[in-house]
Write a protein that binds this ligand. Structure first.
Ligand SMILES: *Cc1c(COP(=O)(O)O)cnc(C)c1O
Length: 244
């Protein structure tokens, strides 16, 4: 079991490296985030022991379940799933350093309030729905600039970049269009020079499309299946607001 994970990790690192070479990018500018939904703490530890330092969870419940077992290992934790406002208080208990899925003002308002109460700050990415699929969360590309301007008013939330989930399609050019769109939104926001808004990070690319994402400027790729194997639940389970 651990051999498979270690081998898969090597393969992914090589894929990232090859994509960086192909697009003339510095390998140090692309981070690997382990997408660890449904993966138990012991298997996550195998990757952490091999030097991986960034994990991403989709469900507050799973963050909680794995917290004790992972708290003495060296890693950072991002939240990459849909965050319900009634889970904010809970998620802040477990040392999540960045919420990659900030996609609406109501969530930012409640997050800000709670952070003030606890006298904390948090990093966040704004999630953009670049594929126009209804099943995916995220602000629409048209509303992205307006939302980020509003997010700038929340001083406890430090916006560091953008996140998207590309279209699931075998048509590479359609997938690429999503990533190009995220990059262009990033450039548009940078040009506006909004105080309290940093736009360095682009979190895009998964097991099936990380090369395309890196070619289009990803700074974080989020990889699950290609490292830990197939999951039992379909991804819609994780991207559906009604199930939690
Ligand atoms: C599951 C998940 C991933 C990883 O997907 P894989 O295809 O398993 O690599 C990336 N991002 C998000 C938001 C996810 O939910």
């Amino acid at each position: 079991m651990s051999e498979t994970i270690i081998q898969n990790l090597r393969t992914i690192q090589q894929r990232i490296k090859n994509a960086c070479i192909k697009s003339n990018r510095d390998i140090n500018d692309v981070k690997l985030l382990l997408a660890t939904k449904t993966v138990d703490a012991n298997r996550i530890k195998i990757a952490i022991e091999k030097g991986e330092t960034l994990i991403g969870e989709n469900k507050v419940q799973e963050v909680k379940q794995k917290y004790d077992e992972l708290k003495n290992t060296s890693h950072q934790k991002h939240f990459i799933g849909h965050l319900q406002t009634n889970k904010i208080k809970e998620i802040l208990k477990y040392n999540v350093s960045c919420i990659q899925s900030l996609d609406r003002i109501s969530l930012a308002e409640k997050l800000q309030k709670r952070l003030e109460f606890e006298d904390k700050t948090i990093n966040a990415f704004m999630q953009v729905n670049t594929s126009a699929e209804e099943s995916k969360f995220g602000v629409t590309p048209n509303e992205a600039v307006n939302l980020v301007k509003e997010l700038a008013n929340f001083d406890r939330i430090h916006i560091k970049g953008l996140m998207t989930i590309g279209l699931f399609s075998a048509d590479e050019e359609k997938v690429r269009t999503c990533f190009k769109l995220l990059k262009s939104i990033q450039q548009e926001i940078i040009a506006k020079n909004i105080p309290n808004i940093e736009m360095k990070e682009l979190s895009m690319g998964m097991s099936g499309d990380l090369e395309i994402a890196i070619e289009e400027g990803a700074t974080i790729v989020r990889v699950g299946t290609a490292i830990f194997g197939e999951r039992i639940y379909p991804d819609s389970y994780y991207w559906n607001e009604k199930i939690s």
